[in-house]
Design a protein around this ligand. Structure first.
Ligand SMILES: [Zn+2]
Length: 255
């Protein structure tokens, strides 16, 4: 019997006919979460007014990351690059938000919210696919946020001090999450999950309680500890789209 990880309904009540890609298919995502019903799957792709759908927000940001770090780009690939929200100015080496969106109030915040919901959505669906335990009540806070757009759950990334050091080509070709012993350790110690995509490490909460305490502890014990090393990063919480600062080392500094 299938039971949806988002709405908890099973195949007596709802259909499971569409394929729920954990990472968007357009990013190369090949993995499917079987326990996602059609209506929940549809909801993530549904465009809302003044707010991109959850799927689209992830797609736009990750597509941009992927484009910027690809080493095979040339003038024609810049010309081919298409995006609903961004425009690339090759002469000025700048990426800007298209004017019609820039002028919308709260656009940046709304976009960031959809993106955050999308990252948590990927986490829960991949977790179900790999570990099969996403129905646990522990993850109710993710269901409320990602599926029902309630409350707010913080999302962070590590902004590297130096231009990209590691390009994980496999992750770009077929993005997936891992739940290895070190991931479980991070969950036990800090109630966090970390994954790498397109030049950034993203950090998610895996538990609803004492999130401030856990992230501060992680920052002090792990991030700050690397202060003098090459892998120095800064922990950034994502509130607005531009907090992602995808231009920071990938583009404006020149690659
Ligand atoms: Zn459902």
């Amino acid at each position: 019997m299938k039971k949806c990880i988002w709405c908890s309904r099973n195949d007596n009540d709802v259909n499971f006919n569409t394929l729920a890609h954990t990472f968007p298919q357009s990013l190369g995502g090949k993995n499917i979460c079987l326990n996602v019903c059609d209506s929940c799957n549809f909801e993530f792709g549904k465009k809302q007014s003044f707010q991109p759908s959850v799927d689209l927000a992830v797609k736009e940001i990750f597509n941009l990351s992927r484009f910027l770090i690809s080493d095979s780009k040339n003038i024609s690939s810049y010309k081919r690059f298409s995006s609903e929200y961004f425009k690339v100015n090759l002469q000025r080496r700048q990426i800007n938000i298209k004017m019609k969106y820039k002028l919308q109030s709260k656009f940046q915040e709304n976009f960031a919210r959809s993106f955050k919901r999308g990252i948590y959505k990927i986490f829960l669906e991949e977790r179900e696919r790999i570990c099969g335990d996403s129905h646990s009540d522990e993850f109710n806070f993710i269901r409320e946020f990602s599926r029902y757009n309630l409350n707010d759950v913080p999302l962070y990334y590590l902004r590297p001090r130096y231009p990209i050091l590691l390009i994980d080509q496999e992750q770009l070709d077929n993005p997936k999450l891992h739940f290895t012993e070190s991931d479980l350790e991070l969950h036990r110690k800090y109630r966090l999950y970390e994954f790498y995509y397109g030049g950034y490490s993203y950090l998610l909460h895996t538990n609803a309680f004492m999130q401030d305490l856990h992230i501060n502890k992680y920052n002090a014990e792990v991030v700050m500890k690397n202060k003098n090393s090459m892998i120095l990063s800064t922990l950034v919480q994502i509130h607005r789209m531009e907090d992602l600062d995808f231009r920071y080392n990938l583009f404006n500094d020149g690659l």
